[in-house]
Design a protein around this ligand. Structure first.
Ligand code: ADP
Length: 388
């Protein structure tokens, strides 16, 4: 077996010097030797750079030739301000080794060094390592951590706000409303004969508004809790969900003489009760926004689509198409916003929340929803659900 030619302390001096030089030149550590310079009273005032490998001056765009033989005051004047000079002096005077991390400004950036100082005769040897990259990563990670903590705190605060909003909506708002309805009906029952035609009309308006209000509150509550109810994803046969929805909508379908044409739907991983609400909202809208004198016809089908641009790449595209009144395509985004309605409440009752809930539900499923519509012809709502 070959043995390495390592000086053992008894070997010749030239060989050990060459060995040392090769280590100093090849190491990634900066190694330098600074000789103490004193004034007439013996006080250390500066250090003479007697040796440095290239790693130390390279951090500041210099070469060993440019710094050896010069003083620290000439080459590294910053050490008299950032505390390093004091550390060098302390080590010289006490022979206590020192370890420190420091950032030194250079060309508008911070150079981070981890260093160790040791006294050797009337000099100090400084071994340093450039840790700028690690430090920057660490600072970046700390900033990210702080940002995440702040975001978490904000989210918690928002959740609390939402909880109290839910409470207000479900209790505090319902109560005065019940009072309005109660006293409205008392006055009406007692005095309806005495009221003028105009007053009776006003009374009917009050009654309509008061009847609409609980529906609005309920829809708003449903929207605000869409994220928070049990988020159990389960492999579910979407065909079964659709069958349940059609049973729920039986009355509406019959009353509007609507025709539902449904093609087979796949099995998919969904939050079942949310998906049920999603399909229910889309189908009931399809029936509601029908054209006068034309029975609604709703077609539900599904295909698997792929796209290189999207992540995930594979989706189930579930289309809910109707032959209703449609709308101008320029409203394709607006209708998914909370409380945005294209049609007046006298023509079509509603709250403007249903599609906002649909959007939230499909986003909970990491998917998205789009619509294509033509005024007077009908609309196709497409739900994109990731294939898992
Ligand atoms: P709502 O039906 O309670 O008003 P939605 O959020 O479900 O609320 O719908 C928002 C608006 O989008 C509706 O007011 C209506 O103007 C329009 N819209 C929704 N679905 C359809 C549809 N199938 N055909 C035409 N317009 C629609």
């Amino acid at each position: 077996m070959a043995t390495a030619n390592i000086p053992n302390g008894t070997g010749d001096f030239t060989q050990s010097q060459a060995f040392l030089r090769s280590i100093l030149n090849s190491t990634h550590y900066g190694i330098a030797s600074y000789q103490a310079m004193t004034d007439s009273t013996g006080k250390i005032t500066d250090f003479l750079i007697t040796y440095t490998n290239s790693e130390v001056p390279r951090n500041f765009g210099l070469s060993p030739e440019e710094v050896i033989g010069k003083t620290c005051r000439e080459v590294y004047p910053g050490i008299f301000e950032n505390g390093i000079f004091e550390k060098l002096v302390h080590c010289m005077e006490t022979a206590q080794p020192e370890h420190y991390e420091i950032s030194v400004p250079y060309r508008g950036k911070d150079v981070w060094l981890a260093a160790a100082i040791e006294k050797v005769d009337n000099s100090v040897t400084v071994a340093s390592k450039n840790i700028t990259e690690e430090k920057e990563n660490q600072i970046y990670l700390e900033q990210m951590k702080k940002m995440l903590e702040e975001k978490n705190a904000e989210l918690e605060r928002k959740n609390k706000e939402l909880e109290s909003f839910n409470y207000i909506a479900s209790h505090d708002l319902q109560e005065p409303l019940r009072k309005i309805q109660l006293f409205h009906s008392r006055i009406y029952d007692r005095d309806k004969e005495k009221l003028s035609e105009m007053s009776l009309e006003y009374f009917a308006s009050i009654s309509n508004a008061a009847d609409r209000m609980p529906r609005l509150i309920e829809a708003l509550l449903s929207y605000s809790t869409t994220n928070f109810k049990g988020m159990a994803f389960e492999k579910t046969d979407l065909k079964d969900i659709l069958a349940d929805v059609l049973i729920d909508l039986e009355e509406l379908i019959a009353s509007k003489n609507a025709k539902i044409l449904a093609e087979p739907l796949p099995k998919a991983s969904v939050i079942a009760f949310q998906f049920r609400q999603l399909l229910s909202n889309l189908i009931s809208n399809g029936i509601k926004y029908s054209q006068k004198g034309i029975p609604p016809e709703i077609t539900i089908d599904c295909e698997e689509v792929q796209s290189e641009e999207t992540k995930p790449k594979r989706y189930w595209k579930i289309n809910v198409a109707d032959n209703g009144i449609g709308f101008e395509q320029k409203y394709e985004h607006k209708i998914f916003e909370l409380f945005q309605r294209l049609h007046g409440k006298t023509d079509f009752a509603g709250t403007g929340i249903g599609l906002a809930i649909c959007k939230k539900i499909i986003e909970n499923h990491k998917g998205f929803i789009t619509v294509e519509s033509q005024l007077g012809k009908g609309s196709v709502f497409s739900v994109f659900l990731p294939v898992k």
